[in-house]
Structure formats: C-alpha cells, structure tokens
Design a protein around this ligand. Structure first.
Ligand code: ADP
Ligand code: G6P
Length: 457
C-alpha cells in the first residue's frame, strides 16, 4: 500500500457514535467493520456524520482515527438519509425488494448534503492526498470534490450492489448520479457484474466512452474495477482463539442444552436479509420432523437498523410475530425453538456465538458482499461449523465451499440446512479449511492495498 499519500475516508457515518451513557461506541454495519481497521492502520482521517443532529461537533481523535464530523439537520436526516438514501436508493439497488419512492424534495436534500460532504472533504485534504469516498449516500461527492480540489486523487467504492439497467433506468436523476460517480479517478464495485452494470450505464446515460474497465470523459480517464471487500481475518481469528472466548462459547452451548445443535443467524434487521424465508424454512423443518426442539435450536441475533423507515418497522414486527408463532407451536419448557435477540453484541461476544454454532445460516435476498459469512469462517480455527450461504450475496463468488442456496426456495433451504446438520466431520473440516484460506489470503488489508494501489497509478 502506498504510504506516502495521506488517506482521507469520506462515508455517511463516522465509525463511532455516542451511546446512551455518552461514550463513543463503534457503529454497526459492514462498511464500518471493514474500513475501521484500514484507516486505523494508516492513521488516516474520516469525514462522516456522527449519527445525531447535535450541532457544533468538533474534530476529535478516537480509535487512532482523526474524526471530522459533518452535521445534519432533522430535516436532512429525514429527507437525505431516511428518504433518498434508504427509501429510494437502498431498495432500488437491492433488486427493488421493496418499492423505491421518488420524491424531488428528497433529491434536493441529497444534493445539498453531498455538497456539504464534498466541502468537508476538500477542507480536510492536502494536495496529493487520496480521498476515498464510500457508498450510496455520497455518489455525487466525487464530481463535486473534483471541482473544488483537482489536486487530490479521488476513489469511490460502492458497498452495495450496482443495479442493472432495468432497475437503474427508473431513477429520475440517473444521469446526475452517474456523472457524480464519474468524477472519481477509480470507481470500485464489489463484484464484476456490478462493475459491468456501471460501465454500461455510464456509456448509455452519461456520455462516457471506452470499455468496461476504462472509461473516458473527454480526455480524462476513469478506471472501473471489482474489489470484493473483506474483514480483518487475524482480528477475528485471534479473538476466537482466546481462552475466554472458548469458554464463553462452551457456556452458550451449555445454556441452550449441550447436546442441541445450534443454527445461527446474525444480521442487521433489514428486509434484504431474508428473515422471512429462513424462519419459514425452520418452521417447515420442525413441522416435518427434520429437526426437533430437543435436538436443535435456531438462534437469530438481529441488530436494530433504520427504525424510522416504515418498511423496517413493518419487517421487525413481522419477524417478531413469526418467531412468536413458531415458539408458540413448538417450544417446550426450558427449550425454545427459536432464540431471538434484538441487540448489538460486543465483538468478543459475537465471536463466541460464531464459535458456538454448528451451522451458520446467511440467507440474504440480495447483499453487496455480506461480511457475517467471512467473520464466521475467520472465527472457526477449530475447523468445525458449516456455512450455508445465499447465492445472492457477493460473498458467494469467493466462498464456493459453502453450501450455496437460493434464499427464496424454501425446499432448497430445508435441504441445505439438513445437509449442513448431517455433514460428515471430515467433509466439514475440509470445507472450512478451504473457506478460511480464501478469507485469510484476501483480508481487508489486501483489499484496501489493491484498491489504493490502482488509485495511486
Ligand atoms: P450490512 O453491511 O448490510 O450490515 P454485513 O454482513 O456486510 O451486512 O455486515 C454486518 C456487520 O454488522 C458485520 O460486521 C456484523 O458482525 C455486524 N453485526 C450484525 N449484526 C450484529 C449484531 N447483532 N451484533 C453485533 N454486530 C452485528
Ligand atoms: C450497510 C451500508 C452502510 C451502512 C450500514 C449500516 O453496510 O452499506 O453504508 O452504514 O449498512 O446502516 P446505517 O443506515 O445504520 O448506516
């Protein structure tokens, strides 16, 4: 990784937010999990929103990162964050699993807030710095920043899928979004098909010329590439090897009943994650006797997310109703069919759950990458545990030794979970060893080094 240029990360959220006790706490979500170790290692700066509408936050140092807060008003949180980012772009970019809404006043707030981030990034950077802009909230920043600071290198990385033309063309501001992204020197996507979608759309709607990997806007070159994001493998692996984690994992197993097999799910409470079909598959397995509460338990750990958005609130209610129904039908005294925890677990506790599981079920309907799948294998130095993974997660491209499933196919899910629970030990170990090698070789530091090396060319 080039060490001579300074790194400035620009993302909607700062990696830390104040909790109820007023202390800084690491923010949830894949973007922060992946990027924080990278920015820490490089002692970089991070421009982002601190997650509240308090005014006047000053720059501060936390987790060895220089934090530059960007403040948002209540109206901007409503229109830019909950509105355009989470009710227009998020569903549109995730296969329109929920119907995206298009409102001009949301778009105006998106423009205004992107301008504010571009100005903050411009103030934070020195000539020659690498400014790395992240995710769907800030797609206009690259072009706005280029206007203000043509003397910095600008990279952009999208953490979520980039949709095909059939969906992207719905967006009334499609040309402006593409032009915003094309302000970067390098546009990075999670997987090759996302990069291809972007290049084609840039040629069709924004006057770019060139190939799928190199576009020209006039004489200026924009590189396009796929850079599958990863995790800090060593960090998860060493937490998993710690004696306290091992004894906590044993305790979790003892608490649920030492002889019961645990199927674990860990997700943000988001409608892209496929809660409904996985719960239906589990219910089906109980009904048909593939599993019993005596011998098996499903554990769902879910972190609350975007709760002011109606689709999220409705989904949470539905998940909780379904869990209640399954438990009402199948639980026995001292043995529930589904353990449901709605909370953000500290890292060491999360890893203890990963270590305690027999099967990890990751079944999003659509996901840019899905880091939970990678965290699970990094947390299994004992080489046991089987990963069942949705074909519609970016991670499925690399993690071919998982049991890959179509998350909408209930029979397929039942079959895969059954296969995972019954898999011979030797097969489990072989698959896990290969999965761990894949993630260890391509950890988040390799990902960042690769992106920044191309940006620095
Ligand atoms: P997304 O980026 O959509 O949230 P990912 O799977 O890529 O999905 O990343 C989710 C991140 O949030 C992971 O790092 C995971 O460990 C973390 N996470 C999810 N649920 C919880 C939870 N209940 N407690 C703590 N961390 C969680
Ligand atoms: C996903 C997105 C991130 C986002 C995270 C948590 O990982 O790609 O940009 O930060 O979800 O969502 P939130 O809306 O709470 O920031």
């Amino acid at each position: 990784m080039p060490r001579d240029r300074r790194l400035v990360v620009v993302a909607n959220r700062l990696p830390v937010a104040r909790n109820r006790a007023g202390e800084w706490e690491v923010s949830p979500g894949g973007l922060v999990t992946a990027l924080l170790p990278v920015v820490k290692a490089r002692r970089g700066a991070w421009v982002g929103w601190p997650g509240s509408t308090d005014r006047g936050s000053r720059p501060f140092l936390e987790e060895r990162v220089r934090m530059r807060p960007v403040t948002l008003s209540d109206a901007e949180v409503r229109d830019y964050y909950h509105g355009f980012s989470n009710r227009t772009l998020w569903p549109l970019y995730h296969d329109a699993i929920r119907t995206p809404e298009f409102h001009r006043h949301w778009w105006r707030a998106y423009l205004e807030v992107n301008r504010r981030f571009a100005r903050a990034a411009a103030r934070t950077s020195r000539p020659g710095d690498m400014v790395w802009v992240h995710d769907f909230h800030l797609q206009l920043v690259p072009a706005m920043l280029r206007e203000l600071r043509p003397d910095v290198k600008i990279g952009f990385f999208l953490h979520i899928p980039f949709p095909p033309e059939e969906l992207f063309a719905w967006l009334p501001w499609r040309k402006q979004v593409l032009e915003g992204l094309l302000g970067a020197d390098l546009v990075g996507m999670q997987i090759a098909s996302d990069a291809r979608n972007f290049s084609r759309l840039a040629r069709e709607f924004a006057g770019a010329e060139g190939t799928d990997t190199e576009l020209y806007i006039g004489r200026r070159k924009v590189r396009i590439g796929s850079f599958p994001i990863s995790i800090d493998f060593d960090e998860f692996n060493s937490i998993a090897e710690h004696p306290e984690t091992i004894s906590r994992a044993k305790e979790i197993r003892r608490q649920v009943g030492a002889s019961r097999k645990i199927v674990l799910c860990v997700d943000r409470l988001d409608y892209t994650k496929g809660f409904d079909s996985r719960l239906r598959a589990w219910e089906n397995m109980l009904e048909e006797g593939h599993v019993t509460v005596k011998n098996n338990v499903l554990m769902q750990v879910a972190v609350p997310s975007r709760e002011s958005v109606p689709d999220y609130a409705a989904m949470r209610e539905q998940v909780e109703r379904t869990v209640g129904r399954i438990n009402g039908e199948f639980s026995q005294p001292g043995q529930v069919a589904v353990h449901y925890f709605r909370r953000n677990l500290p890292r060491h506790e999360l890893v203890a759950y990963y270590r305690a599981a027999d099967v990890m079920l990751v079944s999003p309907l659509r996901d840019g990458m899905n880091l939970v799948a990678k965290e699970f294998v990094a947390s299994r130095p004992d080489l046991s545990g089987v990963l069942v993974l949705s074909e519609f997660a970016g991670a499925a491209r690399e993690m071919r030794r998982a049991l890959l499933v179509n998350p909408r196919d209930i029979d397929g899910l039942v079959q895969a979970i059954n296969g995972a629970l019954k898999m011979p030990r030797q097969d489990v170990r072989q698959r896990m060893a290969i999965l761990r090698m894949v993630v260890r070789r391509h950890d988040v530091h390799a990902w960042a080094a690769e992106f920044l090396e191309v940006l620095n060319r």
